[in-house]
Design a protein around this ligand. Structure first.
Ligand SMILES: CC(C)(COP(=O)(O)OP(=O)(O)OC[C@H]1O[C@@H](n2cnc3c(N)ncnc32)[C@H](O)[C@@H]1OP(=O)(O)O)[C@@H](O)C(=O)NCCC(=O)NCCS
Length: 418
């Protein structure tokens, strides 16, 4: 038994934000029925292709544990099937461009009328306001949510981050909203509308920078090693956004990721200085307190770097942690892929795909003791079309054949069962 077993999700999502959400729900045991346009499917199936005629890793890494049905929802028979799916499912999730589902003939009012118990969950780029009709991709959200203006070095341009905080971050928010709506339905008996805007999701993750914006009204941000005599939260390189100073320092090796991120907590100073061969700075009032160190953090990290350059990043991690000093090596994706501990916990998983063969993907990032998330392959386009029509909707063989003939399911050549 899994946490969401018995819950049916009508999954109208595509690209990354929506699929992130429904993949999490699938890992929790929900039956996720991915509705895709006949012949085309989720556009990411054919984007960033590494092996010809095989679903891309972009797609396979976002759609595991789902079933796929091809359905033209602009075809009359397709609309009838969609109505039956809406009546049979607990949740409808979509991240179309604003208004697309309305244009299809399915605004929230109609969906609610068809099935008062359904939760209708959407990702959009922006919430209500001047930009509500705009299409949005990841980096647009990173820029409009405040993250890009605070990422990078103060003498360079704004930067986006590789972590997909706009797409995957918002998908995570949506999943949380859906689970809460399902919980409320237990007492209310009704579904509800759940909306997550990517701008809001990014800002929520960048809250410490909104904190800093307000602190600027009371003077410079002394913990940042850049000019903060400014009126907007500055870009501060690798400086920590928290209360303890940190920086990425070089380690032995000279490779692009031979760095370790080190943090100077007040009790750690003595340990650092002993390791660095500078015991005289432990009690020197010019260096011994956080306030004394603030104006010369660059010098503090230089001293630490002279020591870290004599160690590999893994050696430095072990030595510093043995002294209770928080730090983290900069791990490349190559190193992450090979990390045995991440394989053991199911955070990185090897999956077998029918046409791709074995590939690596991410697993459930939250572990539930009574609901193990076993990652399976993503579906082929329309792989479960007939199965869903017959088993979920209870259509007869004749009705399924009629649906094929109407063109609602795509080319009859795509039929999987005779
Ligand atoms: C991501 C995004 C920019 C892509 O835009 P897009 O490629 O133009 O795709 P759309 O979502 O507009 O959908 C395209 C069309 O396909 C149609 N379509 C999708 N599935 C269909 C199906 N099964 N049958 C028939 N038509 C279908 C839609 O109805 C829409 O038609 P319309 O424009 O006539 O209304 C846009 O969907 C978006 O802004 N989404 C919300 C924010 C978001 O999630 N962004 C991040 C994505 S990771």
């Amino acid at each position: 038994m899994k946490a969401l077993e018995g819950i049916k999700i009508l999954d109208f999502t595509h690209v990354q934000s929506g699929p992130t959400c429904t993949q999490l729900l699938a890992w929790l045991g929900a039956d996720v029925i991915k509705v895709e346009r006949p012949g085309i499917g989720d556009i990411t199936r054919g984007q960033l292709v590494d092996i010809p005629d095989v679903d891309s890793l972009y797609f396979t890494m976002l759609n595991s544990n789902k079933r796929s049905i091809t359905l033209d929802t602009k075809n009359e028979t397709g609309k009838e099937i969609l109505i039956r799916l809406i009546k049979s499912c607990d949740v409808l999730v979509e991240n179309f461009a604003p208004g697309a589902l309305d244009r299809m003939g399915f605004p929230w009012e109609r969906i609610q009328e068809l099935n008062p118990r359904i939760t209708y969950a959407s990702v959009k780029g922006f919430g209500p306001g001047p930009y509500e009709d705009c299409k949005v991709y990841e980096n647009v959200a990173q820029c409009t949510g405040g993250a890009a203006s605070t990422t990078g070095f103060d003498d360079g341009p704004p930067l986006v981050t590789g972590a997909q905080i706009g797409d995957s971050g918002t998908g995570l928010n949506l999943a949380f909203g859906i689970v809460a709506a399902l919980f409320q339905r237990v007492t209310s008996g009704r579904g509800q509308r759940v909306q997550a805007a990517m701008q809001d999701g990014v800002l929520n993750l960048a809250r410490v920078k909104l904190r800093d914006q307000q602190r600027l009204a009371h003077g410079p941000l002394t913990e940042y090693p850049v000019n903060t005599d400014v009126d907007e939260t500055p870009r501060a390189g690798n400086a920590s956004g928290g209360g303890q100073p940190g920086w990425a320092v070089r380690t032995k090796g000279g490779g692009p990721n031979d760095y370790i991120y080190v943090i100077i907590q007040p009790p750690g100073w003595a340990n650092y200085m002993e390791l660095c061969g500078r015991p005289e700075l432990v009690d020197d009032p010019e260096w011994s307190t956080p306030a004394a160190r603030l104006p010369k953090l660059d010098k503090c990290f230089k001293i630490i770097e002279e020591w870290t350059l004599t160690k590999t990043k893994r050696e430095a991690m072990d030595i510093l942690n043995a002294r209770d000093i928080p730090c983290g090596p900069i791990l490349s994706m190559k190193e992450i892929a090979d990390e045995p501990a991440l394989r053991n916990t199911g955070t990185v998983v090897e999956v077998d795909h029918p046409t791709r063969g074995k590939y690596l993907t991410v697993g459930m990032p939250v572990k539930l003791s009574d609901s193990e998330a076993k990652v399976q392959s993503s579906p082929l386009l329309g792989e479960h079309t007939e199965e869903i029509l017959l088993d979920v909707l209870g259509l007869s063989r004749e009705e399924v054949n009629a649906a094929w003939n109407s063109g609602a399911l795509g080319e009859p050549a795509a039929k999987t069962i005779d």
